[in-house]
Design a protein around this ligand. Structure first.
Ligand SMILES: Nc1ncnc2c1ncn2[C@@H]1O[C@H](COP(=O)(O)OP(=O)(O)OP(=O)(O)O)[C@@H](O)[C@H]1O
Ligand SMILES: [Mg+2]
Length: 515
């Protein structure tokens, strides 16, 4: 039987874990023996693609052939820059990272059959679907998607004895997520999440680079960053300086710019000051999540750390200030997400195709329960009478509220407004709050339901939204009179690919070989 796996597809690093014969998750090292693999892709000659440390090194001298931090753009039609002279979608670029993990795993512990890939809790539908596409493009059978903090909590709740109200604080390379949950034995109930998918280690590296540029300018009058190549090289140096500052009070380097060489020394204090706006944002999101769950800091029984950037001393200090005691020293900040995803993959298969799960694996997963919630509000745009002006205005009518336990299904009936109306504009909206303001919500899917002519106004149109366990939405607009339906699946919207597109693209990408 093939292996059941979980993959943490990170902005800067990715990891893969499989379930062993007893249903316990284990990290599989890559072909270099490393437990995490840089999520960097580099196009070498003749259709050869490098992924990982080698790609990071190669991309620092030829940045135009490399792609880093691809996850920041997941869900967009294309990566912002051409890579190796070609436009790529973020899903295509990420598929190389996933293929590398898959091939390294096959070589070491056996072929992977089914996999769950992780996403930040705050990822919307389009980004989730693009992540699934990336997996399929890599030839993986993606049985589900799970939120990164949830995966981490599943791991800690089942392999260590954490319990009570838990806050998972996940600060990685590119994204920040904070999630509150209740853990009772092996049952994990998610309460709510907040996050920012543009806040992570890369921004701290950027802050160090800014300081380097300023010092260089003050000392030499010249410019440190002269082109893309020097920027790529300096970001790698900035990251190394940042890591040194997690251990020591200061760090030094020699800088080379267009006005020669200059000595650079930075203290931890100066670095911490330079990232204080980012830390303020993080603090605010933590407070928001506590407010949303009406939880006082002292009611949180432990704070679990996830992600490499939680090694920054200022992060731990800030959490200690909020919660009054230091965060639980997390055992495995780099791997817990992949490990939890492997558990989730096992649970999904036990639900959907139990014959694919060995008895030993199944008994290891016994009694594990997970209750997720949806991370946004979903609604539709409809006309409504404004009491003040006595005019009809377009409003957002929320069907599924944020933090509703999932899977869930909600129906509401609307009525046609005009005599002889032959179509209804169907719009699915998504927003972080239950706002009724049609101008601020994001329309994530749209279509037109055609109606037969010649009917009076007031024809019922039933709108049903169902939210599946992968946190993806399926929407049906039904003309009750005729039973005619318009199905809006967010899969079919811009930024994502249809099944046959994926197959075609996957075959095209197979033309590249990974080294
Ligand atoms: N000792 C350290 N001090 C500060 N930062 C560190 C340290 N070690 C690793 N990091 C940072 O952690 C980040 C990587 O963390 P991680 O692997 O959890 O992120 P990721 O999973 O790639 O990103 P994301 O979860 O945001 O998609 C990098 O920005 C790295 O520089
Ligand atoms: Mg991560």
């Amino acid at each position: 039987m093939g292996r059941i796996a979980g993959i943490d597809l990170g902005t800067t690093f990715s990891a893969l874990a499989v379930l062993n014969e007893m249903g316990r998750p284990e990290t599989v090292p890559n072909s270099d023996g490393e437990r995490i693999t840089p999520s960097t892709v580099f196009f070498a000659e003749d259709g050869v693609v490098l992924v990982g440390e080698e790609a990071v090194n190669a991309a620092s001298s030829e940045p135009e052939k490399g792609a880093r931090w691809v996850k920041r753009f997941m869900g967009l039609d294309s990566f912002p820059e051409e890579v190796n002279g070609k436009k790529w979608s973020p899903a295509e670029l990420s598929s190389f990272v996933l293929r590398k993990l898959k091939e390294d795993c096959s070589a070491q512990v056996g072929e992977i059959t089914d996999v769950v890939i992780t996403v930040p809790a705050y990822f919307d539908e389009v980004r989730r679907k693009a992540t699934m596409d990336a997996g399929r493009l890599a030839g993986l059978n993606v049985v589900g998607i799970i939120n990164e903090p949830t995966a981490a909590a599943l791991y800690y709740a089942t392999q260590y004895s954490v319990g009570g109200r838990i806050l998972v604080f996940d600060l990685g390379g590119g994204t920040f997520d904070v999630t509150l949950m209740d853990v009772n034995g092996r049952q994990v109930d998610i309460l709510c999440s907040r996050g920012d998918h543009q806040l992570g280690g890369v921004d701290f590296d950027g802050a160090i680079l800014k300081t380097m540029e300023k010092v260089y300018k003050d000392e030499t009058g010249g410019n440190l960053v002269t082109d893309d190549e020097s920027r790529a090289r300096l970001m790698v140096e900035a990251e190394a300086i940042k890591k040194t500052l997690s251990k020591r009070p200061s760090a030094s380097a020699l800088l080379y710019g267009d006005s020669g060489q200059c000595k650079f020394k930075v203290t931890r204090d100066r670095f911490e000051e330079s990232i204080s706006p980012l830390m303020a944002r993080i603090g605010m999101l933590v407070e928001d999540v506590l407010d949303e769950a009406e939880t006082e800091p002292e009611e949180v029984s432990s704070v679990l750390l996830v992600g490499g950037s939680t090694r920054l001393p200022i992060v731990q200090k800030r959490l200690e200030k909020i919660f009054g005691s230091p965060p639980a020293s997390a055992v495995n900040v780099d791997e817990c997400v992949a490990l939890g995803a492997a558990i989730h993959a096992g649970l999904r298969l036990m639900d959907e195709s139990p014959s694919k799960v060995d008895a030993g694996v199944a008994s290891g997963l016994k009694d594990i329960g997970l209750q997720e919630v949806c991370s946004h509000c979903y609604g539709t745009l409809a006309m409504s009478r404004d009491d003040k002006t006595e005019r009809d205005i377009l409003v957002n009518d929320v069907l599924i509220k944020k933090n509703t336990p999932i899977p869930c299904k909600v129906s509401r009936t609307f009525y046609t407004a005009a005599q002889g109306q032959t179509s209804v504009d169907a719009r699915v909206t998504q927003h972080s709050t239950a706002s009724t303001d049609a101008d601020i919500v994001n329309v994530v899917a749209f279509g037109s339901l055609q109606l037969p002519p010649g009917r009076p106004a007031g024809q019922p149109v039933k709108v049903t939204y169902s939210y599946d366990a992968d946190q993806r939405m399926h929407c049906v607009f039904e003309d009750e009179g005729t039973g005619k339906k318009l199905v809006l699946d967010i899969d079919t919207q811009a930024g994502s690919m249809s099944g046959s597109d994926v197959e075609k693209k996957a075959r095209e990408l197979e033309g590249y070989s990974l080294e």
